[in-house]
Design a protein. Structure first.
Length: 277
C-alpha cells in the first residue's frame, strides 16, 4: 500500500486540521489532556483516513476493523479524527467536549458512542479487551483486524502484562498494539517515575513481533502496519516514538501539559502557530 506524494500531503493537511479541532475543543472544555492528544494526531489521522476498514455512516458495520483506545484520556485526538472523517460534526465536538449532557465524555463511553468500541478509563485494560476481540474473530473466521492504542505510562500496570502474555501464548496475529512512546506521564518523565525500557526486549520475550517507528512519519507508520498484517504466528506491537504537544513548540515534550488544557489566550496563540506551519 504505497503512499503517493499527494496522499502524504493530504494526510499532513488533515492532521493539522485534527490538531486545530483538538485545541478548540480543549479550550472550550477548559479541561482535558493536551500533550498526548496533539502527539497522537498523526496516528489517528493515519487510521481514519488510510488504514482502517470502516464506515462512518454505519459505525457498527460487522466487517469493520476494531480500533481500541486503552489510554482513554487522549480521546480528544480520536474524537477529532472521527469528526473530520464524518462520524459527527466538527462543530458539535468543538462545543461539546466534556460538557454535561453531550456524548463527548472526557474518557470515552461506548454507551454514548458505540463507534468507540470500548469504554476506557482505568489504564492497562485495553489490550486485554483487544486480545479477546481479536481471538474471538479468529475463532469465528472473521477477517477484520484489531488494533489497540496504548500509552507508554500504562505499561506500569500489571494487568497489561497479563494481556501481553495471553496474546503471545495464543499467537493472536490479527492483533496489533501501538504504543504511544512519548516518554511522559502526569508526574514526570516515564524513566524517572518507573523505568520501562527495554519495551522491545520485554515484548519479544512474550512472543511478540516488534517494530519501532517515528510516530509522526506517515510512510513509516503505515509501512509498519502493513508489516504487522503479514506477520503470522505472533501479535505485533508498534512502538511509535511521538512528541507530546506536537506542533506547538512551547509545550512539546513538557510533561506538565499531560493533563491540562490551554486557556483562551493560549489557544489563540497555539492556533496561530499551526496556521504558520
Amino acid at each position: 500500500m504505497e503512499l503517493s506524494k499527494e496522499k502524504i500531503i493530504e494526510l499532513k493537511k488533515t492532521a493539522k486540521e485534527v490538531r486545530r479541532t483538538i485545541i478548540k475543543s480543549l479550550v472550550s472544555a477548559e479541561s482535558g489532556h493536551t500533550g498526548g492528544s496533539l502527539g497522537m494526531a498523526d496516528i489517528f489521522t493515519a487510521f481514519y483516513f488510510h488504514i482502517l476498514k470502516h464506515n462512518p455512516e454505519e459505525p457498527l458495520w460487522p466487517e469493520r476493523d476494531r480500533l481500541i483506545l486503552s489510554n482513554g484520556h487522549i480521546v480528544p485526538a480520536r474524537y477529532s479524527a472521527m469528526a473530520h472523517a464524518g462520524y459527527f460534526s466538527v462543530e458539535e465536538l468543538e462545543n461539546g467536549l466534556r460538557k454535561f449532557g453531550t456524548v463527548f465524555q472526557g474518557h470515552p463511553d461506548r454507551k454514548f458512542l458505540p463507534s468507540m468500541e470500548t469504554t476506557s478509563g482505568p489504564l492497562g485494560c485495553g489490550l486485554g479487551q483487544a486480545s479477546g476481540i481479536a481471538l474471538g474473530a479468529k475463532m469465528d473466521g472473521k477477517n477484520f483486524y484489531t488494533y489497540c492504542i496504548m500509552s507508554d505510562g500504562e505499561h506500569q500496570e500489571g494487568n497489561l502484562w497479563e494481556s501481553v502474555m495471553f496474546a503471545g501464548k495464543y499467537k493472536i496475529d490479527n492483533l496489533t498494539g501501538i504504543i504511544d512512546r512519548n516518554n511522559i506521564q502526569i508526574t514526570g518523565r516515564t524513566e524517572n517515575v518507573m523505568p520501562l525500557e527495554s519495551l522491545r526486549n520485554k515484548y519479544e520475550a512474550f512472543n511478540w513481533n516488534v517494530v519501532e517507528v517515528d510516530g509522526h512519519d506517515f510512510v513509516k507508520f503505515i509501512e509498519a502496519i502493513e508489516m504487522a498484517k503479514i506477520s503470522h504466528g505472533k501479535p505485533t506491537v508498534i512502538i511509535a516514538h511521538t512528541i507530546p504537544g506536537k506542533g506547538i513548540k512551547e509545550i512539546e515534550n513538557d510533561y506538565k501539559w499531560h493533563g491540562i488544557a490551554p486557556n483562551k489566550e493560549q489557544g489563540e496563540r497555539f492556533l496561530l502557530e499551526l496556521n504558520l506551519d
